[in-house]
Design a protein around this ligand. Structure first.
Ligand code: SAM
Length: 239
């Protein structure tokens, strides 16, 4: 039997899981056994009777820092060392669809959620943790970030989405944002659906959608657009 994709989340708030991951697509996939979720309560690895996980920062300054010995012991308790161990942090590499795809194709992930000012740098270094950010903004904890990573991965697991074809044209798949969508009613508050979409000409619809995707990407995401153009030029050169 194929082992299901396995997620382990280390957190001081295990009750936050599965959270939104227990509903809708991810929740159904969890119930169906397409993936498996477990939490590790970092507080269980505290060394004192008050279950302290944090302390004041050396050098002074505001806030508290999670202790390396406590986090390290929590990480030690996780079985299955063949999975990437990710520390969610705004200082990490920005999460991309290609990293999500690579994670989804692997055996699973171990996700470490920070709180307070974050985690003592020594444990990040000693463990060679992969540092991942879910965006250029600061959350109050790693838990919502971990849920974002897991949600993005789980929908790519085999058997989770009804139609795998719907993934091919999604935003980021070809360094393009997706084209706009329309459904019934055909006219709504004086706005009609673009004529081409009701024409029945599949080839022209495909071309229109690509054009829309290209225009949106050029306007909104110059970084993606530059990659798309470079890739297209390389392909042209090779053909
Ligand atoms: N002092 C940190 C800084 O300025 O980089 C922010 C700490 S934040 C208040 C607490 C925790 O939330 C972090 O340790 C991290 O686990 C999580 N977090 C916050 N923003 C995040 C983001 N954009 N991506 C991933 N995790 C984030």
């Amino acid at each position: 039997m194929v082992k299901s994709w396995r997620a382990t989340v280390l957190t001081i708030f295990p009750e936050m899981f599965p959270g939104m991951l227990g509903r809708s697509l991810a929740g159904k996939a969890l119930e169906a056994g397409h993936w498996h979720l477990e939490t590790v309560d970092i507080r269980d690895f505290a060394r004192d009777k008050h279950a302290t996980v944090d302390d004041a920062p050396f050098g002074g300054g505001p806030g508290m820092v999670m202790r390396p010995d406590v986090v390290d012991a929590a990480l030690d308790s996780v079985e299955g060392t063949n999975r990437p161990v990710i520390y969610l942090t705004p200082r990490g590499r920005l999460l991309t669809q290609s990293r999500v795809r690579a994670l989804a194709e692997g055996p699973g992930a171990v996700l470490l959620c920070g709180r307070y000012e974050g985690i003592d740098h020594r444990v990040i270094e000693a463990r060679g943790l992969e540092e991942v950010s879910v965006g250029d903004y600061v959350l109050s904890g790693g838990e919502p970030a971990a849920e974002i990573v897991l949600d993005a991965c789980v929908r790519l697991l085999p058997g989770v989405l009804g139609s795998a074809a719907s993934l091919d044209e999604e935003s980021f798949e070809r360094d393009l944002l997706e084209y706009p969508h329309f459904t019934r009613p055909q006219e709504w508050e004086g706005r009609a659906v673009p004529e081409i979409l009701v024409s029945g000409h599949h080839e022209r619809i495909r071309a229109w959608r690509l054009e829309q995707s290209e225009q949106l990407t050029r306007e909104r995401r110059p970084d993606l657009w530059a990659r798309y153009v470079a890739r297209r030029e390389k392909k042209d050169l090779m053909s």
